[in-house]
Design a protein around this ligand. Sequence first.
Ligand code: ARG
Length: 584
Amino acid sequence: MFRSVLTDRLQAAFTSAGIALPEGFKVTVELASDTRFGDYQSNAAMILAKQLKTNPRALAEQIKAAFSAEDLCSDVSIAGPGFLNFRISPAALSTKIQAVVQGAQCDVIQVTQPQTIVVDFSAPNIAKPMHVGHIRSTFIGDCLARVARFVGHKVITDNHVGDWGTQFGMIIHGWKTELDHKALKKDPIHELVRTYKLINAKTKEDESVLVLCKGELVKLQQGDEENLGIWKECVRLTLEQLEKVYGTLDIQFDHYLGESFYNDALAPLVEDLLARDIATISEGATVIFSDGQCDPKDDPFLVKEGDGWKPTPAIIRKSDGGFLYATTDLATIDYRVKEWKADEIWYVVGAPQQLHFRQVFATAHRMGHTTAMTHIAFGSILGPDGKMFKTRSGETVGLLEVIDEAIERARAAADEKDQGLTDSEKDEIAHIIGSGAVKYAELSQNRLTDYKFSWDKMLSLQGNTAPYLINAYVRTRSIFRKLEGSDVTLTADVVLTEPAEIALAVKLAQFAEATHDVLVDHRPNTLATYLYELANTYHSFYEACHVLNSQGTVRNTRLTLCEATSRVLKTGLGLLGIQTTERM
Ligand code: ARG
C-alpha cells in the first residue's frame, strides 16, 4: 500500500540526508487531510525539528531533496510550517488499479507478523432475552474477525454463551410447572425467555417461589440427573436455534465454548490463585485485591473515595462456594492460551462490563499470561425517540426481531418498486438489503457512541446506508451486463488523465489502508466511511466521464476503474458481513 511504501522511502530519505533519527522516533505518513495538496502527508519533519530544535521548513527541504520516488510520486511539496505532501503519479496509480483488478483480495497486503487472535463476541445468555448489546457485539465482532482474517491473521471465533448461572434455577422450576412444550418446539428461545420472565416475576411476588428456584439450582449444581437433563435440553435447543440465526446472518463461530465448559476448571483455578497469593480469603469469600503495582488511578481494584482509595476486590468464589463470571473468564483465558496459543484475545462486549474486564486482565497478567487482551467496548442503541429501543410489538429488541422486521420492510419496498423480478428474486434481495441495512447501521457508527435506530434511515437508498452502497455496486455491474457478449479487455493499458479518473484511482488504492486501519483501534466504521466515500467518488467519476461511449484506451481505462470499484465495493461490504446482489 502507498502509505507504507512512502513511509519506508521517507525513512530512507532521512538516512541519505545524513539525519540521525533519535531512538524511538517513528516516521509516519498519513492520508492527506486536504487532497488539494497531495494524496498523502507527513509531519515527521515538524516533529523531528521540534526535538532537534531546528527550523522545520529547512529540515523538510533537506528531506525532500533526499527523497527519491520518481516511480511513485508526481509531486512532493512542502506546506505550512513543514508538512511534506506527496502526490501519487498517474503511472503508479495505473499499476495499482491493474493489481486491484487482477490480484487476489483487491491487492490488499498481508500483515508481516500474523497473530493468533481469539475473537469473543455475541455470547448471549441462554433463556435470558437477547438484548441490544448482543446485536452490537454480534456485528462488530463478526466484522473484526473478517478483517483480521483478511489481512492474514489466524482468527478463532468463540461464542462464550452464558449457559450456566442462576437463571437456571428459575428455568428448571418453570420447565416443571409452566413451560408450554408445544411452544418450546416451535420457538425455543422465545418460550424459554417467556418462562424465565414469568417465573422471575413470580419470585418477586412470592418468596416461596424463590425458595423453590434456589432448590432447583442447588440440585443442578450438585449434579441431579433430572435437572442436568433439563439444563442440557435448554442449551441444546437454544444453540440449535441460534446457529440458524447466525446462519441467516452469514456469521460463523469456530467454537461455542459456553461458560459451563469451564465448570471443572474453576475450583482448581481458585486453589491455585490462593496458593500463589494472588487471591485472598476475605469474609469467607475468595477475592483478589490490588497488588499495589500501579498508580491508584489506573488500578482496577481501587476506587476513589473522598481523598483516598477504597478497595474494590474481584470476587472469584463466594462464601457459599459459588463461582462467578470473573472466575469463568480467568479459566477461559487459561484455556485459550494453552489450547489455541492465543497471542491476542478480543472481547467485543458492552461498555458496562469495563471494570470486569480490567480486573480479569490484571489478574491474568498476575497469573503470568502475556497474551494481549482487549475489551472492545460499545455504547447503546436508542429508539428514534432517544429512549430504549423497542420493536413494533413493543418488546425490547432482540437480534431475531430486528432482522425479521428489516427483511420484511425491505421486501415491502421491493414489492413497491416492482421491476419485473420474480418473488424468489425479491425474497433474496430483501434478505440481502434488510440484513445488510441493519449491519451497516451498526458498523458505520463509532462503536463507543450511542446511536439512534431508524428504519427509514437505514433502509434509504440515499445517504450513508447499505442500500446506497449495494446500489452503487449494482450500477457497476449493470455496465458490464450491457457489454455482455462484446469483447472487453481489462488487462490493457490503463492510462489515467482526467481528474475524476485520478480521484477514483486514488480512492481505490486506499482500500488497503482503510482495511488495515480497521484493526488499529478496532473500528469497523473506518471501513464503512471509506466505502461510502468510494461510492461517492465513483458517482462523480461516472457523471464526469463517459464509459461506454468512449473509445480505445480511454474506454479500457474507465472500464477497468469500474471493475476495480465493483471489486472493492463487493470485497469491502463482504468484510462488513454484507452481501451484494447483481440487481435490485
Ligand atoms: N454473556 C455475557 C453477557 O451477555 C457476555 C460474555 C462476553 N464474553 C466473556 N468472555 N465474558 O453479558
